[in-house]
Design a protein around this ligand. Structure first.
Ligand code: SDX
Length: 425
């Protein structure tokens, strides 16, 4: 295909430069500025990278205007209908869904790597009782790297199934152990006879005095939630993983950086913040007042679970969780007044020009917490669920970066500080 160019004219210098235009699979366009500084001494500036592509990637396609999300070309709507979270994880890692033999090999790796080193169990005793599980998780995963020393990036990438299985499985165990620790119950070990989601639920809710009965409806909706959160392009935490990983940090510490980024209320922490917001609005009883507060620039209140850097229409994941939320609560005969508050809030906001004119719609975090709550997962574990789900996405991006040019990420800046001066000035 003929190479197209953008022409950049420096009027006051009477010069111009042609910059190659690159076009993605779905027609997204970018201007390749990799030679800009060398050819013109100029750099570009784009704080928060809203207009900047950080990499070429084959993993996830998002169309923010049309509300499209596909993993390796497959729409998430199809994946939630026809695959399990582990099959989708394999798809993200390998670019194709596993055949039966690959599926059973990967499942076996998950089982074999589901146990924590017994010494790690004592680490939990060092955390204060109220420690947030996301901080425990980030710390424990960093600690994991001390149990698997000399895991250089390249060998990990070559044995990606083992590396991924170790993380996807161990982090599930860590999450369940962190929960049991927080409620003062004995930990429940993983079982080799249970698939991923059922195993997690059993580790979370089984107890020596009250055996947990695994409900297939709960397993099904947990698979849906984890699939919907499994990847999302160059979001804040995935960018953190790519940047930290570009320094050839080991995979576990790199993932720990992703978990820290995800914990923020503007990112993955929003699913917990949504519930806190809905409860506050329910108590107050006046939805419109909070919609108005979210529009008021003097209040630092935002509608949590609303708005998105990329989606300028309804987040397709929010549409699925909204539908699944209604169906699941009905099936489980659960009445949650916060769902009514969420619906009322969404209706009020989507009728308001402030939200319409800014293309602010519910995002993945708006309804997911109501489902987690119906499953019995405590709110301070909601973002941990997001982290569990996002692991395959983070690992796939890390592998794509390691297998690629893998240059260290090091942006520049425009200095606007003090000019040269002496200490005595
Ligand atoms: C996730 O990037 C990803 O893909 C992330 C994620 C993933 O899967 O990895 O999708 C997961 O993080 C979802 C987002 C979860 N966060 C929240 O729900 C927190 C609430 N949302 C906002 O903080 C905000 O919408 C962001 C952070 C999500 C996006 O922020 P942007 O892109 O920086 O948008 P912005 O702040 O520039 O907003 C544009 C305008 C501003 O008003 P004006 O200056 O034009 O007057 O919209 C307003 C904002 O004040 N606005 C909101 C709002 N979100 C944006 N006003 C009220 N409530 C909101 N939620």
């Amino acid at each position: 295909m003929e190479q197209k160019y953008a022409k950049l004219i420096f009027e006051d210098e009477g010069k111009e430069i042609l910059l190659p235009i690159v076009v993605g699979t779905e027609g997204e366009k970018a201007i390749d500025i990799t030679r800009l500084r060398r050819d013109t001494s100029y750099i570009t500036i784009d704080p928060s990278f809203a207009n900047t592509g950080a990499c070429y990637s084959e993993i996830t396609y998002i169309d923010g205007e049309r509300g499209i999300l596909r993993y390796r070309g497959i729409p998430v709507e199809d994946l939630v209908e026809k695959t399990s979270f582990i099959e989708t994880a394999y798809l993200l890692l390998h670019g194709k869904l596993p055949n039966p033999d690959q599926r059973s090999k990967f499942s076996n790796l998950l089982n074999v790597n589901s146990m924590l080193h017994e010494d790690m169990r004592h680490f939990f005793d060092g955390f204060p009782r109220g420690a947030h599980p996301m901080h425990i998780l980030a710390t424990m995963i960093n600690a994991l790297s001390t149990f698997y020393p000399n895991v250089d990036a390249l060998s990990l990438s070559e044995h990606i199934d083992l590396s991924a299985a170790r993380l996807i499985s161990t982090v599930r165990t860590l999450a369940a152990f962190a929960y049991k620790k927080s409620v003062g119950e004995p930990v429940v070990y993983p079982r080799h006879d249970l698939p991923y989601c059922a195993n997690f639920l059993n580790m979370m809710f089984d107890s020596p005095v009250a055996p947990y009965e695994i409900d297939e409806e709960v397993v099904k909706i947990l698979n849906v939630l984890l699939i919907l959160h499994a990847d999302h392009g160059q979001n804040c935490s995935t960018t953190a993983v790519r940047i930290v990983g570009s320094a050839q940090v080991n995979l576990y510490s790199t993932i720990s950086a992703g978990i820290s980024a995800l914990s923020g209320p503007l990112h993955g922490g929003a699913n917990q913040a949504v519930m806190e917001m809905l409860r506050k609005i329910e108590k107050d009883g006046n939805v419109q007042k909070w919609v108005d507060k979210a529009k008021d620039k003097n209040s630092n209140f935002k509608l949590m679970g609303f708005g998105h850097r990329v989606y300028k229409t309804y987040d397709p994941r929010a549409a699925i969780t909204k539908k699944q939320c209604h169906e699941f609560l009905k099936k489980m005969k659960i009445k949650d007044s916060l769902l009514d508050v969420a619906m009322e809030l969404e209706n009020a906001a989507l009728k308001d020009d402030y939200f319409i004119s800014r293309n602010l719609y519910p995002n993945v975090d708006f309804y997911s917490g109501i489902i987690y709550r119906a499953i019995g997962i405590p709110e301070n574990m909601f973002t941990v669920m997001f982290a569990l789900a996002r692991l395959p996405g983070w690992i796939a991006h890390w592998k794509e970066m390691v297998d690629g040019d893998n240059k260290i990420c090091r942006p520049r800046e425009i200095y606007i500080g003090k000019p040269l001066r002496r200490i005595e000035d």
